[in-house]
Design a protein around this ligand. Structure first.
Ligand code: NAD
Ligand code: IPM
Ligand code: MN
Length: 349
């Protein structure tokens, strides 16, 4: 029998609601298999900050790092809440975890499941994965502002891209493309961001030499948003930087049936640190506490988690249960818990 230590961070807003359903499904998928998840719950997020003033202490980080994997709901308060002005939950908690645990691959699959009512009239087959760099780019916090709040203010935010960081994520993307349809698209903005874009283009060109089977193309990020809507079927693996990947994957979620279905993994492929699985969406304060959130993104994140831990059978069972549930959706509204129960129920059958 296998025991995996799982850190669970329900977080804020709809985070705890969707994580409850994800845990239900995880439990159902592993019941009777000899695989057991030993869970530790971490109370982190805006709510914790308002109570204690802490975002993520060194002790929290060390305790989380001692787990085999992390399941996270969503963190962040109501945008603009004055009490959170100095909290910086996103940077101090979420990005701190991604950086400290070296989650250099932010894996965000997009698939249009049969029966999903998407916004596109003729979507075609959509099945691609965005490999979003997770530890560099404009997210590193290499910036500052002087004369802040004055008419003379100067505010900088520098995108940091290292040869080491770009090469490792590009190599991951090529390996993934080899296992899929052997097509890789680099998305950047090389026409304007000549340095950051230049290093990505050069690294992709170099690594492509080692993967003659993989067809490589390039799109500027603005054009990529056009094709994500007009011809999303052209994509297989997209590799891109941290910020472009953030934006593209909300769009990708929208064209594949909604952000409530979009799952992600923050992966440390080397296995030196636990990887972290979370829906692409945030804490959705506008619907929090009302059982209106779709927990499917969190549940599909559990499938990614199982797959990452080498539990492919269980991962596939979860994915299939979700596909079956989606195929039978008829537009009738269900609560968060009803959706979770229905998917978990298919695993017990
Ligand atoms: P959001 O993703 O929380 O919400 C955007 C829209 O999508 C809202 O209308 C929301 O109701 C809807 N939505 C989101 N998840 C849904 C679901 N599962 N089912 C149905 N509808 C869903 O983005 P936002 O409003 O920009 O951010 C809210 C807060 O969450 C902010 O504090 C932000 O920083 C934070 N955030 C956190 C994460 C994370 O923890 N990984 C990700 C994104 C945003
Ligand atoms: C996401 C979120 C985060 C990001 C924020 C909350 C820091 O939008 O996971 O997509 O930008 O990566
Ligand atoms: Mn985002």
């Amino acid at each position: 029998s296998t025991v995996a230590k799982l850190a669970v961070i329900p977080g804020d807003g709809i985070g705890p609601e969707v994580v409850a359903e994800a845990e239900k499904v995880l439990d159902a998928a592993t019941a009777g298999t000899g695989i057991r998840f030993d869970k530790t719950r971490f109370s982190l997020g805006a709510a914790r900050y308002l109570e204690t003033g802490d975002t993520l202490t060194d002790d929290d980080l060390a305790a989380i790092a001692a787990h085999d994997a992390i399941l996270l709901g969503a963190v962040g308060g109501v945008p603009g809440d004055p009490r959170l002005k100095n909290a910086n939950i996103e940077r101090g908690l979420l990005l701190r975890l991604r950086f400290a645990l070296d989650h250099y691959v932010n894996l965000r699959p997009s698939k249009l499941y049969p029966g999903v009512p998407g916004p596109l009239a003729a979507p075609g087959d959509i099945d691609f994965v965005v490999v979003r760099e997770g530890t560099e780019g404009p997210y590193v916090g290499n910036g500052g502002s002087i004369r802040t709040g004055t008419p003379q203010e100067v505010a900088n935010e520098t995108s940091v891209n290292t040869a080491f960081g770009v090469e490792r994520v590009v190599r991951y993307a090529f390996d993934l493309a080899e296992r899929r349809s052997k097509k890789l698209t680099l998305v950047h903005k090389t026409n304007v961001l000549v340095h950051a874009g230049g290093i990505y283009q050069r690294v992709v060109d170099a690594v492509a030499q080692e993967h003659p089977e993989v067809a490589v193309d390039y799109l500027h990020v603005d054009a990529a948003t056009i094709f994500l809507v007009t011809n999303p079927g052209r994509f297989d693996v997209i590799v891109t930087d941290n910020l472009f990947g953030d934006i593209l994957t909300d769009l990708a979620g929208a064209v594949t049936g909604g952000i409530g279905l979009a799952a992600s993994g923050n992966i440390n492929p080397d296995g030196a640190f636990p990887s972290m699985f979370e829906p692409v969406h945030g804490s959705a304060p506008d619907i929090a506490g009302q059982q209106k959130a779709d927990p499917t993104a969190a549940i599909l994140s559990v499938a990614l988690l199982l797959d990452h831990l080498g539990l492919q059978d269980q991962a596939q069972r979860v994915t299939r249960a979700v596909e079956d549930d989606i195929a039978e959706r008829d537009g009738a509204s269900r609560t968060t818990a009803q959706i979770g129960d229905a998917i978990a129920g298919r695993l017990q059958a």
